[in-house]
Design a protein around this ligand. Structure first.
Ligand SMILES: Nc1nc2c(c(=O)[nH]1)N[C@H]1C(S)=C(S)[C@@H](COP(=O)(O)OP(=O)(O)OC[C@H]3O[C@@H](n4cnc5c(=O)[nH]c(N)nc54)[C@H](O)[C@@H]3O)O[C@H]1N2
Ligand SMILES: Nc1nc2c(c(=O)[nH]1)N[C@H]1C(S)=C(S)[C@@H](COP(=O)(O)OP(=O)(O)OC[C@H]3O[C@@H](n4cnc5c(=O)[nH]c(N)nc54)[C@H](O)[C@@H]3O)O[C@H]1N2
Ligand code: SF4
Ligand SMILES: [Mo]
Length: 765
């Protein structure tokens, strides 16, 4: 994949160089950073980052990662979509012809109208798609348009956090349970559990705060099947764990704390519900309590460190030591990454982590951490986007189940998470994917998905709006070329954390025939006769200006206006955090006056809602270790003995940047495998291998490394699926192997739970 030869052109620059401060078009990268973009003759010459003075904990610089710094190669990529394209061959054949915007917007509008009239608004779907968090761009504008035209089928939850946000709320009644990150500096012990912020950003500066905490004496341990960059650069210790077994280790830690009398009994007595028999709610007096489970009172299996060692591979001495260190530390953080909840029974690990935080007395305390998703009260993102308005249909499905709604929509009920309506009479008939590669590349089981979306009798119309001809776009009936975020007006605020608001001025004119997402939707609105309602007379710039004014009026009186941002070229407005907020502080001070928003007002170790699901083996009311449906302990492992994970990769944001040459060169797509597994299969480092299961085959070079647990392989997620003539994916998308099965309570994607086998290429050829 090439880029326009900007380096050569730079020798002949004639114009003056300008430097513009702007927000990195961060897509869904886990961070938000400031870029200084140097421009000459309509081209980026170089990109630098935040140069504000100081390196303070209260207001640190927002320093860009390699993706932001390589943006020039995405912006000036020769493969950018330039014109609207209409499919001329079969769906997925890749045959398109150029059409005019007039024809393109006619097509979208006519299909919206036809499908609405014939099947109703719930047959139109704007799927999950996170390519643009520019606050007037991306899917917000399409959603607003649809809501002004009778609505559409909406989704709830996300591909990121389905289990963690749902399960956290079952414990605390809210998912806003995080202290501000500056408070980590008050912690003495930090467990990074499946958390890898050195490679995947999780709030710009999370690594920085961890480093500062360590400087102040905190011990940091990292529990992950891989010796990640975080384990190397941020932790004192790496504990390798078998994927999908974390609840076993957490339960054994609780066993140590309970049997040695170390847990915070006073805290548990006063603030928790469900810990032991005395704490069970009236109606559930005879049900199993957490203590029963841990001590094995009913199932006759005490959750001892020996028991957990066999499941997790973590030596029992380590489990005992870590349990003691965590519970006796004056204050401690158990931070959960999201990878381990993007798994079968992902709800359990989240709840088990929260329970450990509670029984060690770390909730509502400075230097502690309630665990779970831990959003921040008062801080963090503002989400003041273009108003998307109410969806008149009220119909929603879990974000991951759209493929089922295409395949067998009329059969879906609330058992599959359908809400707002009793049924979807015709399922999904039209998809308009804006800033999304989650229809094919990022969704699970690509070969199956393709069969579903290729069927034009089910999915009657499929439009994709993107910057590139992505894997998803190749299956579209209509491809709409969106401009990049350097080519329109925008602003951004934090991803999960962040006390900043970053301004994104328009740096370049929209090239070729591209348009902003907003402008595309406005043009479709025009064809539907609702342009005025859609735009309220505003273009992107006027919306941003109005949203800034609104922020200033309601939240931040000192926020600069549009004009001030433009004239000063400061790029960012930030709010220093001198006194970090501590979640549940009031609750801890006086739980009777400040109860939690749970039914009991307490931290709920026993979950009534889960109990009433009546699926005790899959949705137990207290957090339990459950063997995953694809597991090294199951029968399936005879054929497919290796656990496959697909981690979030440093050089990409999901599938975005996968086509950027610099990043590909620095971080080639490979399968990571332990020397023991490689030796057993006769593999040499760098050799091409087949990775396969019943759902598909991926072909990639292997990287043999001791930094991954034996029995586990990693194919970083986001590479572009690229089938050879036999249908084998030589692009290396892990979703060729993943399963469409969802988690039982949150209806979340379980894309980290898969088994496969590896063999040298050519053995059976
Ligand atoms: N196996 C596996 N699969 C996963 C995951 C996993 O861990 N394992 N993770 C999941 C997670 S957490 C997520 S969030 C999803 C992400 O899945 P997606 O939301 O599909 O994210 P991307 O792959 O980055 O695709 C975003 C698209 O938006 C386009 N884009 C960028 N800017 C703009 C713009 O301004 N306008 C328009 N119209 N388009 C733009 C990009 O070119 C890109 O094609 O993937 C999920 N898939
Ligand atoms: N560079 C980069 N950063 C990103 C993104 C990106 O695409 N690229 N995407 C952003 C988005 S949208 C999201 S949602 C987040 C996702 O962030 P996460 O979901 O936290 O990221 P993952 O890499 O899937 O998983 C984190 C770690 O969990 C480990 N892991 C996997 N399974 C298990 C398990 O069963 N137990 C334990 N203990 N560990 C396990 C993996 O080895 C990995 O090191 O990242 C954000 N940041
Ligand atoms: S973390 Fe995100 S916002 Fe920051 S530079 Fe990287 S891609 Fe851009
Ligand atoms: Mo995500």
């Amino acid at each position: 994949m090439a880029i326009r030869p900007t380096l050569e052109i730079s020798n002949t620059y004639t114009g003056e160089e300008k430097m513009i401060r702007t927000g990195c078009p961060s897509h869904n990268c886990g961070g938000r950073c400031l870029l200084r973009v140097h421009v000459r003759d309509g081209l980026i010459t170089r990109i630098e980052t935040d140069d504000r003075p100081g390196d303070t904990v209260a207001d640190p610089q927002l320093r860009a990662c390699i993706r932001g710094r390589s943006y020039r190669h995405r912006q000036h990529h020769e493969d950018r979509l330039k014109y609207p394209l209409k499919r001329v061959g079969e769906r997925g054949s890749g045959k398109f012809e150029r059409i005019s915007w007039d024809e393109a917007t006619d097509l979208v509008a006519a299909n919206i109208k036809r499908i609405k009239e014939r099947y109703g608004n719930t047959s139109i779907f704007i799927p999950y798609g996170t390519g643009s968090y520019n606050q007037t761009g991306g899917r917000w504008s399409a959603e607003r348009l649809m809501n002004l035209y009778g609505g559409s089928l909406e989704y709830y939850n996300s591909y990121s956090w389905a289990c963690i946000s749902r399960a956290t709320a079952t414990v605390y009644g809210t998912d806003v349970c995080g202290n501000q990150r500056q408070d980590w500096l008050n912690s003495k012990y930090i467990i990074m559990w499946g958390w890898n912020p050195s490679e995947m950003r999780d709030g710009t500066n999370s690594e920085y705060f961890l480093k500062e905490a360590r400087k102040k004496g905190a011990k940091v341990i990292c529990i992950d099947p891989r010796m990640t960059m975080s384990a190397v650069s941020l932790a004192d210790e790496w504990i390798a764990i078998r994927p999908g077994t974390d609840v076993a280790m957490m339960s054994a830690m609780a066993y140590v704390m309970i049997s040695e009398g170390l847990y915070d009994r006073e805290f548990v007595d006063r603030y928790c519900m469900g810990f032991d028999k005395s704490q069970m709610p009236q109606a559930y007096q005879n049900e199993e309590s957490y203590r029963d489970y841990i001590l094995g009172t009913r199932d006759k299996q005490p959750k001892t460190p020996e028991w957990a060692e066999n499941i997790t591979t973590v030596p029992k001495q380590d489990i005992i030591r870590i349990a003691r260190e965590y519970v006796t530390a004056e204050s401690a953080v158990l931070y959960q990454g999201y990878g381990m909840q993007r798994r079968a029974y992902g709800e359990q690990v989240v709840r088990a982590g929260c329970v450990l935080a509670a029984i060690t007395g770390n909730v509502g305390k400075s230097g502690g951490w309630a665990s779970g998703i831990a959003l921040q009260a008062g801080g963090g993102p503002l989400w003041n986007v273009l108003p998307v308005l109410e969806n008149p249909t009220g119909a929603k499905i879990p974000s991951f189940l759209w493929s089922e709604a295409v395949l067998r929509g009329p059969e879906l009920t609330k058992k599959e998470g359908l809400v707002g309506v009793d049924s979807l009479p015709h399922g999904i008939k039209m998809i308009w994917a804006v800033a999304s590669n989650a229809i094919v590349n990022q969704h699970a089981n690509i070969n199956r998905t393709i069969e579903i979306i290729k069927d034009t009798s089910r999915l009657e119309f499929f439009a994709v709006q993107d910057n590139f001809m992505t894997v998803t776009a190749q299956f579209a009936d209509l491809v709409l070329p969106a401009c990049t975020q350097f080519e329109t007006w925008g602003m951004e605020d934090g991803w999960k954390y962040g006390e900043e608001l970053i301004f994104q001025p328009k740096i370049f004119d929209t090239p070729w025939e591209t348009k902003s997402d907003y402008a595309i939707c406005a043009a479709v609105a025009e064809k539907l006769g609702i342009r005025e309602e859609f735009s309220e007379g505003r273009d992107e710039k006027q919306w941003i200006s109005a949203l800034l004014d609104e922020y200033r009026e309601h939240r931040f009186p000192n926020l600069p206006s549009m004009q001030e941002f433009e004239e000063s070229n400061i790029g960012v407005y930030s709010r220093p955090v001198d006194e970090p907020k501590v979640a549940f502080k009031k609750f801890r001070k006086n739980p009777d006056e400040n109860p939690l928003p749970t039914a009991s007002g307490k931290i709920e170790i026993f979950c009534e809602e889960m109990f009433n699901r009546n699926l005790p083996d899959e949705v137990p009311a207290i957090p339990k270790y459950i063997q995953e449906w694809e597991s090294p302990f199951g029968k399936e492992s005879e054929q497919y003995p290796l656990q496959v994970i697909g981690t979030h990769f440093m050089p990409r944001v999901h599938s975005t940047f996968a086509n950027v040459d610099w990043n590909r060169e620095a971080f080639p797509q490979r399968v990571f495998i332990n020397p023991l597994d490689a030796q057993a299969r006769g593999l040499k480092n760098g050799q091409k291998v087949k990775i396969f299961n019943d759902r598909g085959t991926v072909i990639l070079p292997c990287r043999i490394t001791r930094r991954i647990l034996p029995g586990v392989i990693n194919i970083p997620q986001g590479a572009w699926w690229n089938p050879d003539k036999d249908g084998n994916d030589i692009g290396g998308s892990v979703n060729t192997l993943t399963s469409e099965r969802w988690s039982p309570f949150a209806f979340g994607n379980t894309q980290h739970t898969i088994m496969a086998e590896v063999e040298p290429l050519g053995r059976h050829q």
